[in-house]
Design a protein around this ligand. Structure first.
Ligand SMILES: NC(=O)c1ccc[n+]([C@@H]2O[C@H](COP(=O)([O-])OP(=O)(O)OC[C@H]3O[C@@H](n4cnc5c(N)ncnc54)[C@H](O)[C@@H]3O)[C@@H](O)[C@H]2O)c1
Ligand SMILES: CC(=O)N[C@@H]1[C@@H](OP(=O)(O)OP(=O)(O)OC[C@H]2O[C@@H](n3ccc(=O)[nH]c3=O)[C@H](O)[C@@H]2O)O[C@H](CO)[C@@H](O)[C@@H]1O
Length: 420
């Protein structure tokens, strides 16, 4: 049975590329988002986020009549929910957006529909979502009670695309399919095979939920190892990037890179979902979070030390020193500032520094509100010519391309090891 209408709920960094991928295969896609501005932008064939190649695919999909956006759900054959799942309070998963999305689609659910949760979620979330839907539609049967014969099929299918490479990875990555029943998995696999070149790997919903959290926790733990090495190396007077390069010559060693901390919507968040559900067992995962979360504070201390050195050498007053921070995004060559360690470092420096503070971020046009009036957004050349101290926070291509001659005899704090 084919899918006449596919509806994607939540048109952000995950939902919009997914909606566009289906639409590019001549599937009728109705995207739903509570953000009216996002809906209007998409309906003009434009995009409200930065992701390479997404703009052309969305433009073609909208102009071809395959993709449209709206603020309220419609009757569809398949729903994919890709709304935020942040944490709240003491790092507890916040499922309020998923609940709101489920409540929004419940009235328009029809017999035979497939509901897929794509949002990164704690173990048990899919069963919980099925419960929310069932509570609102007692005229339909759901997999929890009716098993294979349910009116509605439900699956958890996590997304694992890398921001910056979403359009390629969306198609090529293998996809974990966690149906609440084998029929649910088969139906979800059928849906993704519309655009997927990778394999659909079938499991149950709870394993699929844990699989997503495991992938990001694995990366977080490995980055924490690199970050811990950077602290040890600083104490021992060893260049950590050279050390890692050498150690990685071992055939079974592959250490990741230290940085100013771990940011983004995922790796700094998802491991907490495991910790919240398993506080006794998840000791290493929790420690990795603590190591990575403490790295911005360590970077700030390095900047303060560089300022002290510069003051002592130059004889200038603190008010006369200009500090330039290169990069606000959470990783290279994207515009996403969410959970960015660079943002928290620059915010704190803005409070502490008495002289001028410059921020260079080639991927944005205006400073986020939090920094407005507290620092000046400028370009690479201006920052290089005016700043006394250079702080490299993100390895954007523009920063890697800076002529080494312009960095000689400067006060530099390089958190990414690209100006060595
Ligand atoms: N961004 C990534 O790299 C990535 C990768 C894998 C998984 N994920 C997961 O995917 C999910 C979505 O992440 P994202 O980065 O796309 O978030 P996002 O914030 O970019 O997009 C979410 C969208 O959902 C909309 N929304 C919120 N509540 C809604 C509702 N009730 N109905 C309709 N729309 C609603 C928001 O307005 C927003 O446009 C999260 O669970 C995230 O952890 C993200
Ligand atoms: C397992 C995995 O790969 N998951 C990916 C991840 O995507 P991401 O974009 O969030 O991931 P990263 O690129 O790792 O960046 C995170 C932060 O870690 C810093 N970092 C990175 C490498 C390093 O060696 N040293 C560092 O310091 C970097 O600067 C940044 O702040 O989560 C998505 C959502 O779930 C997944 O879909 C996607 O597959």
């Amino acid at each position: 049975m084919s899918f006449n209408i596919i509806s994607v709920i939540g048109l952000g960094y995950i939902g919009l590329p997914t909606a566009a991928a289906f639409a590019s295969r001549q599937q009728r896609v109705v995207g739903v988002d509570v953000n009216e501005n996002a809906v209007a932008t998409i309906n003009r064939g434009e995009i409200h986020i930065v992701e390479p190649e997404l703009d052309c695919v969305v433009k073609a999909a909208v102009e071809g009549g395959w993709l449209s956006a709206r603020t309220t759900p419609v009757e569809a054959d398949a729903y994919l929910i890709a709304v935020p799942t942040p944490f709240k309070g003491d790092h507890e998963p916040d499922m309020a957006y998923v609940k709101a999305a489920a409540e929004a689609i419940a009235p328009v659910l029809k017999k035979g529909a497939l509901v897929i949760l794509e949002s990164t979620s704690p173990v048990g979330a899919t069963e919980q979502m099925a419960g929310w839907l069932a509570a609102l539609r007692d005229d339909l049967t759901f997999p929890q009670q009716a098993g294979e014969a349910a009116d509605i099929n439900i699956a958890y299918c996590p997304e694992r695309v890398l921001p910056g490479k979403v359009m390629a990875e969306l198609i090529q990555n293998d996809r974990v399919i966690g149906g609440m029943t084998p029929v649910c998995s088969a139906r979800a696999s059928e849906l993704y095979s519309i655009f997927l070149k990778g394999e659909c790997v079938v499991t149950n919903a709870r394993t699929a939920e844990m699989c997503k959290l495991t992938e990001n926790s694995f990366r977080d733990v490995n980055i924490a190892f690199a970050n811990e090495l950077s602290l040890i190396c600083a104490t021992q007077g060893i260049n950590v990037w050279e050390l890692i390069r050498l150690a990685n010559r071992h055939p079974r060693v592959n250490i990741l890179q230290p940085g100013p901390g771990v940011g983004g919507h995922c790796i700094a968040v998802d491991p907490w979902f495991i910790v919240a559900q398993n506080p006794q067992q998840a000791r290493l995962i929790r420690t990795a979070r603590d190591v990575n979360d403490s790295k911005p504070g360590w970077v700030i201390d390095r900047v303060k030390a560089a300022v002290a050195d510069c003051l002592a050498d130059s004889g200038k007053r603190a008010e006369e020193l200009t500090l330039a921070c290169f990069g606000l995004a959470f990783k290279p060559d994207i515009d996403d500032l969410r959970e960015s360690p660079s943002m928290s470092i620059v915010s704190e420096l803005a409070q502490w520094h008495r002289g001028e503070l410059l921020a260079v971020e080639p991927n944005i046009h205006t400073l986020p509100q939090k920094l407005q009036g507290r620092c000046t957004l400028t370009d690479v050349q201006d920052a290089l010519s005016r700043a006394d101290i250079l702080v490299l926070l993100v390895d954007h291509c523009q920063f890697k391309a800076i002529d080494g001659a312009r960095l000689v005899q400067r006060y530099i704090v390089d958190t990414r090891g690209v100006w060595r």
